[in-house]
Design a protein around this ligand. Sequence first.
Ligand code: ADP
Length: 500
Amino acid sequence: MAKRRIKKLLIANRGEIALRIIRTARMMGIKTVAVYSEADARSTHAAAADEARLIGPPEASKSYLNIDAIIAAARETDADAIHPGYGFLSERAEFAQAAADAGIIFVGPRADVMAKLGDKVAARAIAAAANVPVVPGLETIEPAAARDFAARSGFPVLVKAAAGGGGRGMRVVESLEGLDGALEAASREALAAFGDGRVFLEKYLARPRHIEVQFLGDEHGNVIAMGERECSIQRRHQKIIEESPAPGLAEATRAAMIDSALRLARAAGYTNAGTAEFLVQDDHFYFLEVNARLQVEHPVTEIRFGCDLVAEQLKIAMGERLAPVAAPRGCAIEGRVYAEDAANGFRPATGTVLDLRIPAGPGVRFDTHLAAGAEIGAFYDGLLGKLICWGADRDQARRRMLAAFDEFAVLGVTNTAGFLRDIVASEPFARADLSTRFVEEFFAEPARVEQPEMDAALIAAALAAQAAPSAAKAEANGRRAAAIRSPWAELGAFELWRRR
Ligand code: ADP
């Protein structure tokens, strides 16, 4: 396919990833258009782009998920390409198709490829046909066959939604009695969440690792891999810490997984950046799904390979050929900081960022959209930022991460940085005793912490925070997690976060 230039790129996303994409576009001399909802009128991503367009009210369904509004914004601003980021519309085939129909380059795989791979059942079939081992499972669900499968493979089994994502529509079933009910409930949940109630069964692996392969395909038939990422540290099946390379992974297993990912990508006719996810147990690996987009954890690959995956995506979208991959170096680890209260069941936190301190130093990167004054509301995913640290080896990356977390402070929004630091500081993490059960095995949810109604010391700290931000930063580095509600209405839901 002929080379074509992207002169103006619309970013159909918000938050840290929108800023991340705007930065690369600028480095490539590409103009940018941000889209934003009414809740994001004063957001950093809208301010950072060359142009910004309001696309709707705060509800994602009416703004960041509104295909017509986003395509209209691209047309009005003469954008010749759309980058979907991750989440929101990034894996919606009808969005990729709508862009193509409007003559706009979609930075991602073709709509038909995305549609095939977005369906977990169809993706399993493509994988199996390409000789890629899949998790033992059953695609057609009728109760008798399901009971038979469960009896043969043994409990627990996992009910999953064909259209699933983000852990929704997923249910672990421990015994035969629970099976019919789980099938029905998961199907109902999937229908409500994805408009598609199809479910299937997988054997529930007892203590697997989640390891995934980053791959890229161009329009000239070249497909390459850029190593693997270990994403085993999860909460409720959602990744919170990722790293590359996967520690201690047998070389033969790594090579076979990469080979499988490439076969799968070729079989699907994949173009642009994608990720093949696998579960690994006892040196056996099983295909889980393909994520047909940039992943949240892509920076660990970038840091290790010294590349810019967004730039690669844009070059592929312009019809360029893939260049050979440089050899990877050292180890990179990422921690996702969320606006959540780890001490209180990880309930979502909201508030205004009164002050913040972003870590820096050799091998330290922090991807964020935060700025003093930013409002963290309840409308969107609570990802505040990602700390990514590189080291010549895993131990150096780990130590840099600890030091970086010690420097990090957000005043005004309770967040999970202290929880992540505790994990990275732990003995099981240091010895890489990794599985998707890591958090429940070693970090069972902290007991509920009662919020002190009016703790004199914290009120004094809050006052000091207003008077002198530097005093607040020192306070934010204290040793025990705590949070308060301010009695001052004008501060709104003021919360002081202190690292444990
Ligand atoms: P989603 O697309 O909803 O995120 P995935 O299929 O990617 O769902 O799985 C997410 C996580 O759920 C995995 O990383 C793993 O921790 C867990 N999981 C999924 N399938 C299985 C399985 N068959 N056995 C054990 N754990 C699983």
